[in-house]
Design a protein around this ligand. Structure first.
Ligand code: SF4
Length: 344
């Protein structure tokens, strides 16, 4: 088996909160991401899900080095060259690697400069990195516009002349013109109408096959994740609490938080209204509770949960891991009890 394209190891990011005034002092620390580890294989799509504030976006911003991690490694394998820890590189050392790491943003309008034409927006990364100019630049812009379903005739227009879906196609073209290995899509379709979402997701799938792309998808829409991702990592309070192949996660979720998230998905049946299974507020990352951060909301909380933070343990090998004290959470499907409680 080929080594992973990306290995994230012990990634953490904290933000200091300081008091106002002349003599500002540290009053708290927000632990946005805490000891996150996962592998991402070439050609794979990994979904990162969780409520707002769970640390998904901070995690991907650290991976792309839009933020500098507080601790941990981001081991990336560029097409030519050995394994490189992005977390340890200076900005100048990162620059030659940036073309291999691209992002598709949530809001296709605010992420496009309204004063630039489509050709300027899409071709800008090639210009910035000195990779093409003149006729070659024009040809590469026209080529990628066609690949994302736009016409070369669109190149002279400005973003305001396009629909939301078309603007997202422009954003995708801008990301893919660099022929990246890894594309991070942060809520890339959540601002679009449902019918347009499906078109953009299908486009991303087609482009993945054509360009052999690897996707890291940040989403709160579990339907999108279910149809788009090979594996899913569920985050709560800055940590991964469950990571599993998509089919297993949706068929047999193990972590109580994963179960609660799945229960919160709106049913298409109008007689079965949307409901949130878990009461309580999401954990405050500046005042995380001791033990398992989910324990104040967890319907299965028992004695050890407030005392000891559960480590990620394997269910069926490294591809399915869960951080929960419940014995059943990490038992292989074949030995799960059918009756009674499993609180250790
Ligand atoms: Fe719930 Fe305890 Fe598992 Fe945390 S460790 S999810 S509180 S059962």
């Amino acid at each position: 088996m080929n080594p992973p394209l990306l290995s994230v190891r012990g990634l953490s990011k904290s933000f200091p909160i300081r008091s106002r005034g002349f003599r500002s002092r540290l009053v708290a620390t927000v632990q946005a991401v805490d000891d996150v580890s996962f592998d991402l294989n070439a050609g794979e799509t990994l979904g990162l899900v969780g409520e707002s504030g769970s640390g998904k976006t901070t995690t991907v911003r650290c991976i792309l080095r839009a933020l500098t991690p507080s601790a941990g490694q981001v081991l990336f394998r560029p097409p030519a060259g050995g394994l490189t820890d992005l977390a340890a590189l200076s900005e100048s050392a990162l620059k030659p690697l940036r073309p291999h790491l691209q992002m598709v943003f949530q809001d296709p309008f605010s992420s496009l400069n309204p004063r630039m034409t489509v050709a300027e927006i899409v071709g800008e990364p090639l210009v910035v990195h000195g990779l093409a100019k003149g006729a070659e630049l024009q040809a590469r812009v026209d080529d990628i516009l066609k690949k994302v379903g736009l016409k070369p005739g669109h190149r002279a227009r400005y973003p305001h002349a396009f629909s939301g879906g078309q603007r997202q196609r422009i954003g995708i073209a801008r990301a893919l013109i660099m022929r990246p290995s890894l594309v991070v899509a942060d809520e890339a379709v959540s601002a679009l109408d449902v019918s347009v979402q499906a078109q953009i997701l299908n486009l991303l799938k087609d482009l993945q096959a054509e360009f052999k792309l690897t996707y890291l998808l940040v989403a709160h829409n579990l339907d999108v994740v279910r149809h788009f991702c090979d594996r899913v990592a569920v985050m709560y309070a800055g940590r991964i609490v469950e990571l599993a192949p998509t089919a297993q996660l949706f068929e047999s979720p193990r972590h109580p938080y994963t179960k609660a998230l799945l229960a919160a998905v709106p049913w298409p049946d109008p007689d079965r209204p949307m409901k949130l299974e878990v009461a309580g507020e999401p954990a405050d990352p500046s005042r995380l509770p001791g033990g398992c951060a989910f324990h104040p909301r967890c319907p299965d909380c028992f004695a050890p949960c407030a005392l000891e933070r559960p480590a990620l343990r394997e269910v069926t090998g490294a591809s399915w891991t869960v951080a929960c004290h419940l014995p059943s959470a990490t038992q292989p499907p074949s030995v799960l009890p059918t009756h009674g409680t499993d609180r250790g």
